[in-house]
Design a protein around this ligand. Structure first.
Ligand SMILES: Cc1ncc(COP(=O)(O)O)c(C=O)c1O
Length: 436
């Protein structure tokens, strides 16, 4: 090329949750039976969509109107429905005009960070759901600015760490909260959220709060929505969607709610640029927006969701009870979403550890993969676990963290298989750590 065509942030875009699939597929073709525990897609793990929900979607598909464009911000009746739901929580009040629909939160995230001034930074958690941290880093063309989620304290945000980053890095303009969290499954106490809002107010920052798992909490935990505590002094963007809750990840439908959007002219201009970016694209897909109020408002919706939540609760406890006693591993019981992150104690992993792999070709493939440059120690563990046992998890270090460990989902529906997977991981870790 006569001129450099690569974006300054291109190197920051990684998504190991899907990268690992290539390795798993290769091993599968060599005869390994893979248990896919890497991706947060309930449908891929066999979640059954109830007939009443399918009937609503089928009826909408029979309506020609759902084949047309919708307003750029989204279907008005749906925005009215959502605004009423948010307002009923009794916190900050929004109008349908404060809501913008996107083709999934992935689309929202890339625009929210993509239209932020390059030199302005949003501090993101570490570990961090990669779509956020990669998009933020790519917009700045350098590594993300992160605050600690403390594995020794239930994976809660370290407020002092946030405070120090704000104090010593004047480029920080906003704070990202993911609550309930991916990849840790933590649900933050209201007190912590209030402290973050206070910090934002004191330092004239805005907040982005990803609440895509808002209604998926268990173990007697509830997740305080940002709208209830944001007050009227801090501008914020709250992200919600249908991918996880309905669940309809393939519908590619999510939205942002703008809180205190008129408080600060610069914030207002920024939100407008996000809206204009959507306008250039025309709008987001109409059909999922059209059916949202009918599905969420259906008399069977709450019961259906509740049944899934009780399963996540049960499985979070099975997973915790098996992994908590594994020597060298730091785990917390998850209270929301459907992920669990486990971190190895410092210094336990090395480049000689292995697990037995019977098939010669599979062994050779893995040996080649782990001999490449820059293979992190937890990726080595994850590859060996995959090749030796078929269990596919994601290295924790791929979630914008120096911690070494792995993230696994709680989505397997069969309790016997689920328990077996976690027991396999527990014994695999023990064997791996003692292999050299
Ligand atoms: C915290 C979080 N936000 C957003 C998303 C993406 O949602 P969507 O399917 O709406 O793009 C995910 C998907 O895993 C997620 O975990």
């Amino acid at each position: 090329m006569r001129t450099d065509i690569v974006h300054i942030g291109a190197g920051e875009l990684t998504y190991e949750i899907r990268n690992i699939v290539n390795v798993g597929m290769k091993l599968q073709s060599l005869g390994v039976q893979v248990n896919w525990e890497n991706i947060g897609d309930p449908i891929a793990k066999g979640e059954k969509i109830p007939d009443w929900m399918k009937e609503i979607v089928a009826e909408a598909a029979n309506d020609d109107a759902t084949y047309g464009y919708s307003p750029t911000k989204g279907v008005l009746a749906t925005r009215e429905f959502i605004a009423a739901e948010t307002n009923a929580m009794g916190g900050t009040q929004i109008s349908p005009e404060d809501i913008i629909f996107f083709n999934g939160l992935g689309d929202a995230i890339s625009k929210v960070f993509g239209f932020l001034k390059r030199t302005a930074r949003v501090i993101v958690p570490t570990p961090s759901y990669t779509t956020h941290s990669s998009a933020e880093a790519a917009h700045a063309g350098t590594h993300p600015v992160t605050y600690i989620l403390d594995p020794n304290h239930f994976w809660y945000p370290d407020i002092e760490d946030i405070e120090n980053h704000i104090k010593y890095n004047p480029a920080v303009a906003g704070i990202l909260i993911i609550n309930p969290d991916n990849p840790t499954g933590a649900v933050y106490p209201e007190e912590i959220l209030r402290k973050i809002v206070e910090l934002a107010e004191k330092n004239d920052l805005f907040i982005i709060c990803d609440e895509v798992y808002q209604n998926i909490t268990y173990n007697d935990t509830i997740s305080t929505p940002l709208c209830k505590i944001i007050g009227d002094k801090v501008p914020a963007l709250c992200m919600r969607g249908i991918s996880k809750e309905m669940p309809w990840p393939g519908g590619r439908c999510g939205w942002i709610e703008v809180y205190n959007g008129h408080l600060d002219p610069m914030f207002e201009k920024y939100v407008n640029s996000i809206l204009n970016a959507k306008m250039v694209e025309v709008c987001s897909t109409t059909l999922p927006q059209q059916v949202l109020p009918k599905i969420v408002g259906h008399p069977k919706y709450q019961g259906y969701l509740e049944e899934r939540i009780r399963r996540y609760e049960k499985f979070s406890n099975i997973a915790y009870d098996i992994l908590k006693d594994v020597k060298g591993l730091l785990v917390n019981r998850t209270n929301g979403a459907f992920y669990m992150s486990a971190a190895f104690h410092d210094g336990l992993l090395n480049h000689s550890q292995t697990l037995p792999i019977e098939n010669d070709e599979v062994r050779k493939t893995i040996q080649e993969l782990v001999s490449g440059p820059n293979v992190s120690l937890d990726k080595r563990f994850v590859y060996y676990l995959l090749a030796s046992t078929g269990v596919c998890v994601v290295p924790l270090s791929s979630f914008a963290t120096d911690l070494q460990g792995f993230r696994i989902t709680l989505l397997e529906r069969d309790e016997e298989i689920f328990t077996k997977i976690f027991k396999t991981i527990a014994s695999g870790i023990d064997q791996y750590l003692h292999s050299s």
